[in-house]
Design a binder for this molecule. Structure first.
Ligand code: FES
Length: 105
């Protein structure tokens, strides 16, 4: 495992949703009121493209069915009740002025 730098600290604007491809994975960097999050781009409900979603406080709204996912936990309350999801959320850390991620495999 090694740190993969994604973006400079403080570079993203409020509410920004930035698609990135890392290690063959299609991901989104999202800057909400709680700060930056790294999530899967594809919605776990029915495949909506969250890059076309909208940040709502500390959640992201899917453009397909408008469900909201917590950007810290990935949980959508409806998904928890119906048994799908959550959205994958990856841990970010700072190194040398960059936000970074590490993948286990
Ligand atoms: S595909 Fe995202 S909420 Fe249905």
């Amino acid at each position: 495992m090694s740190a993969i730098p994604l973006v400079r600290i403080g570079e993203m604007v409020d509410g920004e949703i930035r698609p990135i491809e890392v290690d063959g994975r299609h991901l989104l960097l999202v800057n909400s009121e709680k700060g930056p999050s790294l999530i899967d781009r594809i919605c776990p409900h029915a495949g909506g493209d969250l890059a076309k979603g909208k940040v709502v406080s500390s959640r992201i709204r899917c453009p397909t069915h408008s469900y909201l996912f917590n950007l810290e936990t990935g949980v959508c309350p409806l998904g928890r009740r119906e048994g799908w999801g959550p959205l994958a959320v990856y841990e970010l850390f700072e190194r040398e002025g960059q936000l970074c991620v590490e993948f286990a495999d």
